[in-house]
Design a protein around this ligand. Structure first.
Ligand code: CA
Length: 249
């Protein structure tokens, strides 16, 4: 009986992407999470598939042959059958401009290539969870009751480790995986100085080709996303010659 329930619950994700390697990579990792995954190599193919079987979530590349991802997004949103399917847009860094447009067209989330698959899986999980809560208010209530969800808070910043989300003054900020881990580490150790070496070790671990300047660069990005005035940071303080300290509030 349980198996039947699990089967019914299996979520169906459509990956619209013309680069087969990326489709394979995403498929592998989402299937490992228990999702049903299908790939579409063009916008047209995606719309055909969707007209036959409605996905629970669409991962949508922008640069596609024939019809681009923004047009696919527009059409999905324009059809009442598909208007509420969560859409996660993927795009190369140089198409940064598309971000605003994508979100205006109603995409729910946005990731820049090259992306971390772990982060992608976390975002997909979070999006489907929100969807389940939308469908089943009881589940949402139960979820709230189980408010044992860990949060880390400092003044205006709330970090939700499980959901991989950060809000600043009530607004969600889009952080890369590394920025997220870095912020989590700093916040967990608020008031303590963390050296660049420690940060490098904990956030980047065994990755090659990174040095302590990588830490500085990421701190700079992070400040731009969380500080009211990145030039005069309130939250992340530089401790000269040593490292960084998150303000204790
Ligand atoms: Ca592409």
């Amino acid at each position: 009986m349980e198996t039947v329930n699990n089967k019914l619950k299996k979520r169906y994700v459509l990956v619209v992407e013309d680069e087969e390697d990326i489709v394979r990579l995403i498929t592998f990792h989402l299937e490992k999470e228990g999702y049903l995954v299908e790939g579409a190599g063009s916008g047209r193919e995606a719309l055909e598939i969707v007209s036959e079987k409605t996905p629970d979530l669409v991962i949508l590349d922008i640069m596609l042959p024939e019809m681009d991802g923004l047009e696919v997004c527009r059409r999905l949103r324009g059809n009442s059958q598909t208007a509420s399917i969560p859409i996660l847009i993927l795009s190369a860094r140089k198409e940064e401009f598309d971000r605003v447009l994508g979100l205006e067209l109603g995409a729910d989330d946005y990731m820049v290539k090259p992306f971390s698959v772990r982060e992608l899986v976390a975002r997909v999980r979070a999006m489907l969870r929100r969807l389940e809560q939308r469908i089943d208010p009881d589940l949402a209530a139960k979820d709230n009751a189980n408010a044992a969800e860990k949060i880390i808070r400092s003044n205006d910043i709330i970090l939700y480790p499980e959901r991989h989300q950060v809000t600043v003054r009530g607004e969600e900020r889009s952080l890369t995986h590394k920025e997220f881990v870095l912020l989590e580490l700093l916040m967990e150790n608020a008031g303590k100085v963390l050296t660049r070496d420690i940060l490098l070790d904990k956030v980047w671990g065994y990755e090659v080709e990174v040095d302590t300047r990588t830490v500085d660069v990421h701190v700079r990005y992070l400040r731009q996303k969380i500080e009211a005035d990145p030039a005069r940071p309130f939250y992340i303080e530089t401790v000269r010659g040593v490292g960084y300290r998150f303000v204790k509030t």
